[in-house]
Write a protein that binds this ligand. Structure first.
Ligand code: SPV
Ligand code: MG
Length: 290
């Protein structure tokens, strides 16, 4: 069964898929072990991993390599955050071929112009593509996929750009008409009001995807009460968790002048061996090393 099919089945079964960000094969494995339904191959997280802002600096090759490596380490469906699609509809055709082959379950493309500016930053430059041009990108993605269950997810940044709910709803409808399987509505307001109002106004058949980073009070209960949201993406919590943990541990080591206190609070090295599958190495040694 393809990973796109797996994601569709989760949505059909549970109504809502919980998808966690990851930025490395190891974090992808941890996402799977924690019990999430899918992985968000976040452009923001990968940019930050390179110490870069999320403004179209990380190349498609860098992101694609990471998705491929994550797909090797986890069997979960991966939603590849391909930002603006690296160019126009022609670039999208190339991208969809590559991401499908790399093992992604879906691509999510946003309607900002290239190069983009990350969505949650205050006063970011926000220009959106003409609706027809973005529809062409969605049509190109849909026409290119070879697995009919590979999902093409359209993301409108109309609310982020301050263009209002009508613009967001009109764009979402136009993108669904172009063939999008799901619609991401993104907002950087500090409450869920804007997104909840959009969802109430949405009359399309495509499920809605939310990324409630800015309004964390939107939990499963609130999402399910709205009815039309089929995927929730926890957009940057793998990266923020690791930064939180590293800052804390590093500060303690500096303060304590050694690792003697902190050691007991860290996963033991044997846990890393497990994640690295050292048991396989042991088994192969027994079997093949004469
Ligand atoms: C990402 O994680 O790369 C996203 C979500 O696109 S956000 O950073 O909130 O735009
Ligand atoms: Mg992104």
């Amino acid at each position: 069964m393809s990973r796109g099919r797996i994601l569709k089945d989760v949505i059909a079964r549970n109504g809502l898929a919980h998808v966690m960000a990851a930025h490395s094969p190891l974090s992808a494995r941890l996402v799977e072990e924690a019990g999430f339904d899918g992985i968000w191959a976040s452009g923001f997280e990968l940019s930050a991993l390179y110490g870069l802002p999320d403004v179209s600096l990380v190349s498609m090759t860098q992101h694609l390599d990471m998705v491929r490596a994550m797909a090797e380490q986890s069997s979960l469906p991966i939603i590849a955050d391909i930002d603006t699609g690296f160019g126009n509809a022609l670039n999208i055709i190339h991208a969809v071929r590559q991401y499908e082959r790399a093992g992604a379950a879906a691509v999510a493309v946003e309607d900002k112009t290239f190069p983009k500016v990350t969505s949650l930053v205050a006063d970011g430059r926000r220009e959106l593509l003409r609706v027809e041009e973005f529809q062409g990108k969605i049509r190109a993605a849909v026409a290119t996929r070879t697995d009919p269950d590979f999902l093409v997810i359209a993301r409108t940044e109309a609310l982020i750009a301050g263009l209002g709910e009508m613009e967001a709803l009109n764009r979402a409808a136009a993108y669904e008409a172009a063939g999008a399987d799901l619609i991401v509505i993104h907002s950087k307001q500090k409450t869920a009001d804007e997104v909840e109002s959009f969802v109430r106004g949405w009359t399309g058949k495509a499920g809605v995807v939310v990324i409630p980073t800015a309004y964390p009070e939107m939990n499963e209960e609130r999402i399910k009460a709205l009815g039309k949201i089929t995927v929730v993406i926890y957009g940057n919590h793998a990266l923020r968790a690791s930064v939180t943990a590293m800052k804390d541990v590093f500060a303690r080591i500096v303060r304590d002048r050694g690792i003697h206190h902190v050691d007991k609070d860290l996963v033991p090295v044997t846990e890393i061996f497990r994640l690295q599958k050292m048991d396989e190495v042991k088994a192969y040694e027994k079997k093949f090393l004469a």
